[in-house]
Design a protein. Structure first.
Ligand code: HPA
Length: 273
């Protein structure tokens, strides 16, 4: 058996020993949104450290817990914190939790993250529906021997973000009277923020927002046949667009300030899924 497949199977088994909850939806909470998980009454909570093969995030604002709960009548696995490539983890390690949850039955991935706005029409605190991504600057999570139990060697990426689910998020925004931007998310390697020249390059390539997490997760989930949808909280305007230097504190602070409307959108979307 492929060593990665074995690690995923072990991780699934160590979750199964603790709960028989079968998640339908995986909801990944980005920077500043983790506090949402503290407001829920989960059926089961597992620290990543308790799950064989799950890496623990070293980043401030990423707690590292998996919660199983029912949200708006749907069975949801909430990832409170994720690991990033810049922490030194391989793309395969970064997506191991997702693949584990896919192997436990999850069919939908709802990604949330904090991202820098590249599009001049965006403002900090805006919510952006991710309609597509650029992952060309990061290593693929599918590199190496194909895990054929999840999907094919050369998976199609023509509609990574499910058009049906995107429509539901648009409808949810309307129902909740929230304004929703849309755009292309470009994943950078990090951990350093970009330079002004890099931001000009990414804008020329069609990016509307930049971040350090999400595209590899979306790729692995599509490979595994999951339906994917994602929303970014624009925590700041990207480097060179204002005179202020960027900081992780600013990213977290805007995330916290926008958390209420972000979570209203997430809840209403999940209700419609
Ligand atoms: N760049 C990259 N990642 C980010 C940013 C940014 O400006 N803001 C939040 N995540």
């Amino acid at each position: 058996m492929n060593p990665e497949s074995l690690l995923i199977a072990r991780a699934a088994e160590s979750i199964r020993k603790k709960t028989d909850f079968i998640p339908e939806i995986v909801l990944t909470l980005g920077s500043g949104l983790g506090a949402f998980a503290d407001t829920l009454k989960p059926v089961c909570v597992l620290d990543y450290a308790e799950i064989d093969g799950f890496a623990v995030s070293t980043v401030e604002g990423h707690r590292g817990r998996l919660l199983f709960t029912t949200l708006e009548g749907k069975r949801v696995a909430l990832m409170q914190g994720r690991v990033h490539l810049y922490e030194g983890y391989s793309p395969a390690e970064a997506v191991r939790p997702l693949r584990t949850l896919a192997s436990l039955g999850a069919k939908t991935l709802f990604l949330t993250n904090a991202a820098g706005g590249v599009n001049f029409s965006f403002s900090p605190g805006d919510l952006m529906l991710i309609t597509d991504h650029v992952s060309s600057f990061v290593e693929s999570p599918l590199r190496g021997e194909n895990l054929s139990e999840f999907g094919p060697r050369f998976p199609d990426m023509s509609a990574v973000y499910s058009p049906e689910l995107c429509d539901k998020v648009r409808k949810a925004a309307k129902n909740a009277s929230l304004s929703l931007k849309e755009g292309v998310y470009l994943q950078t390697r990090g951990p350093q923020f970009e330079t002004p020249a890099e931001i000009r390059l990414y804008r020329a390539l069609g990016a509307d927002a930049v971040g350090m997490s999400t595209a590899v997760e979306a790729i692995a989930a599509r490979h595994a046949g999951m339906s994917v949808v994602g929303v970014s909280c624009i925590s700041n305007l990207a480097c060179g667009m204002t005179d202020t230097p960027l900081s992780h504190e600013e990213v977290q602070e805007t995330g916290r300030a926008a958390a209420k409307k972000f979570l209203a959108l997430v809840r209403e979307s999940i209700r419609l899924f």
